[in-house]
Design a protein around this ligand. Structure first.
Ligand code: IVH
Length: 667
């Protein structure tokens, strides 16, 4: 039956794409294309519910919420690790091993980043994911199967399986970027932000409703199995390779080290790159590589004798909370910022740290005058962890957000269902200044020479108040400012001149519309192609766009119908600012609405180039000739797909015809 075949095909194809993305780090198709295939499968499965495969990626969207988590026993205990804090601790570790074995370890070690997430166990029977659980106390964990199945990096079925039962262990984590985006959206919705990526990952996994977990950017790296006997491997290094081959992502910074010198060198390398990694690590795990040796070494109490965690030096310190400043952001959110006695953390001097909101202050019971513990987790901004209550002398004063805006004295508002307190005055000078800073910043038009400090100066000198003022600044005035000269004035004016024709997406992002970041801005650019069309769009039209949610749609309509904003935009246009759409609006592209299949071999293009061209011109790629397919591009030795396309009356193109369709005809 046609539907059954297509469902099977899509399931395989989508799982293969997920594997290429997460394990091989070599995706063939864009996220948008993946989504389209996914939607096609979803529709088919809705029409034929009996046909959905066990390992269908659509099963990852969540399912029903639980009342509580059930307990599951681990067949083999999930051990913890002994910690080491110096190179000497590593040398001692190896000496202890060799004493225990009564011979040198000549077969090396596996040195792996210690992922800062949550340990989980995934149980596969006959190659299918049956249960997934947290570590718990090592013997009994919680059943979070439904939550783990939403993580696309975790295979629902193995690419191949050599044994009936395989217990894969690894770390669920969140990337720093995903964490920042999640916190932005938590804040935008008036919800509590998470303290760090680890907490965000834990909080996301421990959602009783797996459809919430499904929306969180969780990742997974595998680093071991319950029982190595269930694999054909003789060493940890082989085991990591094997895990990749059967479908699991592993950390690319795992390294085989022949001896202690190499182990220490790898630790130094990780120390120097850790802040550039997309995820947080809190040290390095060193494991005896040979599984036979691991077996001989065995376990002492709750940790194996064959492994150690070399931790990075702690980046916490104590200092005094000397005061609190209330900052008014671009959208009016009032954020309390802790003023600290300067303290060195990880080589940087820290004198301020965000306190997020009143809820966080109350939860931690922070008071002015407290001795506090501060930390810098990874390269996340410094935070106040907790007060040191023992050190209180009774002179500490509680912290309360003001009821009036510190910048404009308007009454602040705090909706009951939001964590954030806001200044409602669109003319609030603090909001205007933040808006200006944003407009000139990297997240906006990236105007060179107009970093935060300079925008503040121009604002304080009353040279600019609104964005349009940037475009009418006077050279004479600028060059006379403190710290400025002819050269800096000319450079800034030249940069501003360039910012008269900004890419439309950058301009939309620069406006600082609530809920509209760089990604949504670029969606809006490709959908509308001009600011006027965007400004005229209705909420319904906006919601129709893939990637624009209800809140964003409402915010856009509010923005473009606000009288002040209409005035500001008209001032900008009078100042000669006219954003240009780089990409044509989707509806104007050569292949928009078309679905193409390639068959046979191409001579002028690689498959990847061809796919890229299709995408650039607004088309979609399919892998087989379905009803949706509009064109079939037939290369040399085209096979059954061509026959099928002819029968189905599809448009058939040669490679040259395809090239001329996308305006790339060559002689
Ligand atoms: S091996 C017996 N490898 O560290 C070995 N653990 O206390 C036990 N972790 O929470 C684990 N990265 O989730 C191992 N490459 C890695 C790891 C790793 C992070 C975590 C693990 C657990 C803790 C061990």
């Amino acid at each position: 039956m046609e539907a059954a075949r297509r469902i099977d095909e899509l399931t395989k194809e989508l799982n293969e794409h997920a594997y290429r993305y997460h394990v091989l780090d070599d995706p063939l198709i864009s996220d948008g294309e993946y989504d389209r295939l996914f939607q096609e499968l979803l529709k088919l499965e809705e029409a034929y519910p009996g046909l959905a495969a066990e390992d269908s990626p659509t099963r990852r969207v969540g399912g029903v919420a639980l009342d509580k988590f059930e307990q599951v026993a681990h067949r083999l205990p999930m051990l913890s690790l002994e910690n080491g804090f110096s190179d000497q601790d590593l040398r001692d570790f190896i000496l202890r091993l060799e004493r225990f074995l009564n011979e040198p370890v000549s077969t090396g070690f596996s040195a792996e980043p210690k992922m800062d997430g949550l340990a989980v166990e995934l149980v596969y029977q006959q190659g299918r994911l049956i249960t997934g659980s947290t570590r718990g106390d090592g013997l009994i964990g919680e059943d979070i199967s439904a939550q783990l199945k939403t993580i696309t990096a975790i295979p629902l079925s193995l690419l191949r399986s050599n044994s009936d039962l395989l217990e894969v262990r690894g770390e669920v984590y969140m990337e720093k970027q995903g964490f920042a985006d999640l916190n932005d959206s938590q804040l935008a919705q008036g919800l509590q932000p998470f303290a760090n990526p680890r907490n965000a990952a834990a909080g996301s996994l421990r959602q009783l409703d797996p459809s919430i977990t499904a929306q969180r950017p969780l990742r997974f790296f595998a680093y071991g199995v319950g029982d190595p006997e269930s694999t054909p491997c003789a060493s940890q290094t082989e085991l990591l390779d094997y895990l990749r081959q059967i479908g699991f992502p592993t950390c690319p910074y795992n390294s085989f080290c022949i001896d202690i010198v190499e182990v220490i060198r790898h630790f130094e390398r990780l120390t120097s790159i850790r802040h550039q990694l997309p995820y947080e690590i809190d040290g390095m795990v060193v494991k005896v590589d040979e599984l036979g040796l691991q077996n001989r070494l065995g376990v002492k109490s709750r940790a194996p004798r064959w492994a150690i965690a070399r931790k990075f030096p702690a980046t916490q310190a104590t200092t005094t909370l000397t005061g609190v400043e209330f900052q008014v952001g671009r959208t009016g959110a009032v954020t309390p910022v802790a003023l600290l006695e300067p303290v060195n953390l990880d080589g940087a001097t820290v004198s301020r740290a965000t306190l997020h909101n009143q809820g966080e202050i109350d939860r931690k019971d922070l008071r002015v005058g407290d001795a506090v513990l501060v930390q810098r987790a990874g390269d996340v901004i410094p935070e106040v962890v907790k007060p040191i209550v023992d050190r209180r002398d009774g002179n500490e004063t509680p912290i309360k957000l003001p009821s009036r805006c510190p910048a404009c004295d308007s009454d602040l508002i705090k909706p009951d269902d939001e964590a954030v307190t806001r200044c409602p005055n669109l003319q609030c000078p603090a909001q205007l200044l933040r808006g200006l800073i944003h407009y000139c910043s990297k997240a906006g038009l990236d105007i060179e020479g107009l970093g935060k400090r300079y925008v503040e100066q121009l604002y304080e000198e009353k040279i600019i108040r609104e964005v349009a003022d940037l475009y009418t600044m006077d050279r004479q005035v600028l060059k006379g400012l403190e710290g400025w000269g002819e050269k800096s004035a000319d450079n800034v004016l030249a940069a501003i001149d360039q910012a008269r024709k900004p890419p439309l997406a950058d301009f939309i992002a620069a406006l600082g519309i609530r809920f509209i970041g760089e990604n949504s801005a670029s969606l809006l650019e490709s959908h509308f192609g001009s600011l006027d069309k965007l400004a005229a769009a209705t909420e319904e039209e906006l919601i129709e766009i893939d990637g624009i949610g209800e809140q964003a749609a409402r915010s856009l309509v509010d923005y473009f119908t606000n009288e002040r904003i209409i005035e500001i935009l008209s001032q900008l246009s009078q100042a000669g600012v006219s954003p240009v759409a780089a990409q044509k609006a989707a509806a104007e592209l050569a292949l928009s609405g078309a679905t193409l299949v390639f068959t046979g071999s191409l001579t002028k293009l690689s498959r990847d180039e061809a796919k890229k061209l299709v995408k650039e011109h607004g088309g979609t790629i399919a892998s087989s000739v379905t009803r949706k397919v509009t064109h079939v591009v037939a290369g040399e030795k085209a096979g059954s797909k061509l026959t099928k396309a002819r029968e189905a009356g599809k448009t058939i193109l040669s490679e040259e015809e395809f090239l001329s369709l996308v305006g790339r005809a060559r002689e």
